[in-house]
Design a protein around this ligand. Structure first.
Ligand code: ADP
Length: 380
């Protein structure tokens, strides 16, 4: 009679047993390593809610100790009421958020069953995604508000023109006010599109070199036009005549244009606005727009580059501001590896500085000499 096959009830021979144990151990280590590599926190609990195993992320998120907290009931160590309630509810499927021990951190908690009567707690750090979501909501509500205001005014004027028989002079005045509102919406849409383009395009390569001086002169010319001769506008004398910069010209032109436009709008008549370029000894180029206008109180400074942040709302709107100018400037210069620095004091004036890193600045004359030396030395 043939030997009956090894059944589940029978112990395998010792060598086979050893092989099985080794296999189980290897599998256990692989699972442990995999759970450790998960970007979230994982805490496995037994039927009494005691910690059986936890990964390093869970220790960080929940301020737990990897060794000494094993076998402790999780709710003794993390006393958040939402977590305690979820673990005390047999079928808790709803995910929820808790504040972590770090004041600025928000955790998404998921409680799941992984074996009969046993559950695991998964923690995700959602601080950044929550912040982005709040920013997005805030942005949409700001845009809607900014567009609704001129639209409401326009609708009012349309109704006036439909219902009242206006004299020609009055009609022209209303049409002029309507044009102002459409210009405001146009400016807003164009700034929004520019911001979206800046956010969506890759960083400008160091490929195209443009002379610096015309960029500055064009910003000053635009400033003259905007000021209508009411301010003194100067491009200060510095030895930057032959400098070239590796930039996306429209972006840096728009950044300088915004700074000069702000200087004009926030400087009373007869004020002075100066555009100054300065090559620092560490190779950085500084482009400064300095005015002696109304200035900005110190506590506003950290926020003025945020979208739609305005110190004086009515002055900004009255002078055609969209509240996006400095956000555009900051984006444009950061994409080039530079910075926007602001120094200002109320009643004294402001100095807005754009910096460009040395890799994006070169001397055109030196470059020409280098090229001709190379051409002369190369075999013909
Ligand atoms: P806005 O379209 O309102 O001018 P910006 O983003 O360009 O928007 O500027 C944000 C705010 O910073 C302005 O509303 C204004 O309060 C302040 N600001 C900007 N530039 C100057 C300046 N040169 N002098 C004083 N305040 C300024």
């Amino acid at each position: 009679m043939p030997e009956p096959e090894a059944s589940a009830g029978r112990l395998p021979p010792p060598a086979e047993l050893q092989l099985n144990v080794t296999h189980q151990e290897a599998l256990g280590s692989a699972f442990e390593a995999a759970f450790e590599a998960v970007p979230n926190g994982v805490v496995l609990l037994d039927a009494e809610q005691r910690i059986v195993w936890l990964n390093a992320n869970a220790c960080v998120h929940l301020a737990l100790e990897p060794q000494s907290d094993i076998s402790q009931p999780l709710t003794n160590l993390v006393r958040d009421p939402a977590l305690v309630a979820a673990l005390n509810t047999p079928q808790s499927a709803e995910d929820f958020r808790i504040g972590s021990h770090r004041a600025d951190q928000v955790l998404l908690i998921q409680v799941r069953s992984y074996a009969p009567g046993r559950r695991m707690v998964l923690t995700h750090d959602v601080t950044e995604s929550d912040r982005m979501e709040a920013m997005r909501r805030d942005f949409v509500s700001h845009v809607s508000h900014e567009i609704r205001t001129p639209l409401t005014v326009l609708a009012g004027f349309v109704e006036t023109m439909q219902t009242l028989a206006l004299q020609e002079r009055e009609q022209n005045r209303v049409l002029d006010l309507m044009r102002q509102q459409t210009s405001r919406m146009e400016a807003l849409v164009s700034d929004l599109l520019l911001l979206a383009t800046l956010e969506g395009s890759p960083k400008p390569a160091i490929a195209q070199w443009v002379p610096l001086m015309p960029l500055l002169q064009s910003a000053v010319a635009d400033g003259h036009h905007l000021s209508g001769g009411k301010h003194e506008l100067v491009c200060s004398e510095t030895p930057v005549e032959d400098l070239e910069v590796a930039v996306e010209e429209p972006e840096i032109a728009s950044a300088l244009g915004n700074l000069v436009s702000n200087a004009v709008r926030y400087t009373p008549e007869a004020g002075r606005i100066e555009l100054r370029a300065l090559l620092r000894s560490d190779g950085y180029l500084e482009l400064r727009v300095i005015d002696n206008g109304i200035g900005i109180e110190r506590h506003h400074l950290p926020r003025i580059t945020q979208r739609f942040y305005r110190v004086d709302k009515s002055r900004s709107r009255a002078t055609g501001g969209t509240g996006l100018g400095l956000a555009i400037v900051k984006h444009a210069i950061t994409r080039h590896g530079g910075e926007l620095l602001v120094d200002s004091s109320p009643g004294q004036g402001s100095c807005f500085t754009l910096t460009l890193p040395p890799a994006r600045v070169r001397c055109a004359v030196a470059q020409e000499e280098e090229t001709s030396a190379l051409t002369a030395s190369s075999p013909s």
